[in-house]
Design a protein around this ligand. Structure first.
Ligand code: NAD
Length: 542
């Protein structure tokens, strides 16, 4: 601890820039986009003070132009994973002892670099790697990551200030030690902010980290590492390695100093990680912390009193922004018979107004590509199935084409079966399924919403009848970690709507909250007695 009780700067949400035609931010990001697009980035492994080039490389290609190569990243071998663990443990010796305000300063500086000189780079890289429109990139790789960094510093200060009572002659104090060992961060493709937050939140609390980004996000992950380095993060605190996830995971989870996993991605992978940790449990020095935020099958249920246009807009934004590739994306919708036709007409009108999916460089595009060929094939398979199935009908979209980019048209499926496959399965793409219920079955439909999916991430109820809203809030208590009333179920903001879900959706440790940071510490209570007893006899023995 330094020589003072320092107050950290008060965190506020980073303002979202507009990128209107002619604005300086639009010019800057398009210039950077072109530079990256026509250049060739090489991404090494970041291990301790080394940038390792193994020579075994994989090309990086934008999902909206998959034959165009924008660079390559180096693939890790087992020996490098071992070196990354060694480098992390070596770095821990100094990092875990560094006063907290020094750690805070590094990540506050990283936030300011992202807000200023690196903003165009963060956003352009995210547009290219993950095919985000500039608005989707701005709210992710700029604003959300900046918010994570600034709010986490504030939460860390709040946690450190939580101290126990002391009584006469005794001083009790708690120190929030980092975990004894290293943390393994595994990140998904769909949010650059999550990619930056999972390793940095653990590191902020004094931990050292091995970070494995998604192979689909390496291009923007490199910019994050560039920023952390520019902010003065010491070598070895965050080690970034890319390559075969199973080999990396086997090596890391085999190590006795493995102390925690910070994961976001699909449920299936998380469950396999948990099992593997369980199988290895006797060999670890400490019980590992397991934090995972995973899949969702997020819903909107409209009450007959919900204004039709509001429901339509919630569906269109909630289901199709970023091609539905948000864990929170609305993907199953329950509409009352009395207003369904009006709502669906409005949805169709909106979908018809989208330009065909295209490149994010053309800023008039609302819809771009899905992340890779695997996702494209899965999604087009579900669309074909809906075209063939008797209990499903495609009422908007339904087209797809992967000749240049992985383009799937925003698609609306109407089903008569509330348990139809696309009402239950996470598709992770621009496909939403609608089920129409009889108005009188409102309460029964709430039970249906509760019982249809294994997930419980986000969900929304819409309506103006306060009794109905209250009933839904109670009936759907365990259906969503983030529950919205009269809004779409996406767009959580750090510091305002801490994010996470339960059931199969994860451990619900709420990214961007003090609750999450508490998982990365192991508190030590120190009791100091000022006048230490010198006689074992208590007065009652007299
Ligand atoms: P994914 O499961 O394919 O990959 C996630 C990460 O796990 C990647 O880094 C991947 O390389 C890695 N991985 C894959 N197999 C592995 C293995 N055997 N061992 C270790 N790591 C392995 O997910 P994705 O396609 O990148 O992301 C989409 C998924 O993430 C969706 O299910 C979505 O709902 C979920 N997600 C959830 C949240 C949330 O907060 N709940 C946020 C974003 C994404």
């Amino acid at each position: 601890m330094g020589k003072g009780f320092f107050q950290v700067p008060w965190a506020t949400n980073e303002p979202i820039l507009e990128y209107a035609p002619g604005s300086p931010e639009r010019e800057a990001v398009l210039k950077q986009y072109k530079e990256y697009y026509n250049g060739s980035e090489e991404v090494p492994l970041y291990i301790g003070d080394q940038e390792v080039k193994t020579g075994a490389t994989r090309n990086m290609t934008p999902p909206h132009d998959h034959q165009h190569i924008v660079g390559a990243y180096h693939m890790v071998e087992k020996k490098h994973v071992d070196s990354a663990i060694e480098a992390a443990l070596e770095a821990r010796i100094k990092w875990a002892q560094l006063p907290w305000e020094q750690r805070a300063a590094i990540f506050l500086k990283a936030a300011d670099l992202m807000a200023g000189p690196y903003r165009a780079k963060m956003n352009a890289a995210t547009m290219i790697a993950q095919s985000k429109t500039i608005h989707q990139a701005e709210i992710d790789s700029a604003c959300e990551l900046i918010d994570f960094l600034r709010f986490n510093v504030q939460y860390m200060a709040e946690i450190y200030s939580q101290q126990p009572e002391s009584s006469d002659g005794i001083w009790n104090r708690v120190e929030y030690r980092p975990l004894e060992g290293f943390v393994y961060a595994i990140t998904p493709f769909n949010f650059t902010a999550i990619a930056g937050n999972l390793p940095s939140s653990a590191a902020l609390m004094g931990n050292v980290v091995i970070w494995k980004p998604s192979s689909n996000q390496v291009f923007s992950a490199k910019v994050i590492m560039d920023v952390f380095k520019a902010a003065g993060l010491p070598d070895g605190v965050i080690n970034m390695i890319c390559g075969n996830p199973a080999m990396i995971t086997d090596t890391i989870l085999d190590h006795p100093d493995f102390a925690g996993i910070h994961y976001t991605g699909s449920t299936e992978v998380f469950q396999s990680l948990w099992k593997q940790i369980g199988n290895n449990i006797a060999q670890y020095k400490t019980y590992p912390k397991i934090v995972g935020e995973t899949g969702g099958k997020d819903f909107i249920i409209a009450h007959p009193t919900a204004p039709a246009q509001q429901v339509a807009t919630a569906i269109v934004r909630g289901a199709f922004e970023y091609q539905g590739q948000k864990c929170s994306a609305a993907s199953r919708v329950y509409l009352p018979k009395s207003t369904a036709v009006t709502i669906l007409d409005a949805v169709k009108k909106d979908v018809d107004s989208f330009k065909p999916p295209g490149s994010p460089e053309d800023m008039s595009n609302f819809i771009t590509a899905v992340i890779n060929e695997g996702a494209f094939d899965d999604l087009s398979g579900y669309i074909d199935r809906a075209k063939a199935d008797k209990d499903a009908e495609i009422i908007a979209g339904g087209g797809y084409d992967k000749s240049k980019g992985y383009f799937i048209e925003p698609t609306v499926i109407l089903t008569t079966d509330p348990k139809y496959v696309t009402m239950k399965t996470e598709l992770f793409g621009p496909v939403v399924t609608i089920y129409i219920y009889e108005d009188k079955d409102w309460s029964k439909t709430l039970d249906l919403v509760d019982g249809t999916s294994e997930y419980a991430l986000t969900g929304a109820v819409m309506g103006t009848d306060r009794y109905a809203l209250d009933e839904a809030t109670k009936a759907l208590e365990n259906c969503a970690g983030n529950f919205y009333i009269n809004d779409k179920p996406t767009g959580a903001v750090v510091g305002q709507q801490p994010f996470g879900g339960a059931r199969a959706s994860g451990t619900n440790d709420k990214a961007g909250s003090a609750q999450n940071l508490l998982r990365w510490v192991s508190p030590r209570l120190i009791k100091e007695t000022f006048v230490t007893p010198e006689d074992y006899r208590y007065p009652f023995l007299g």
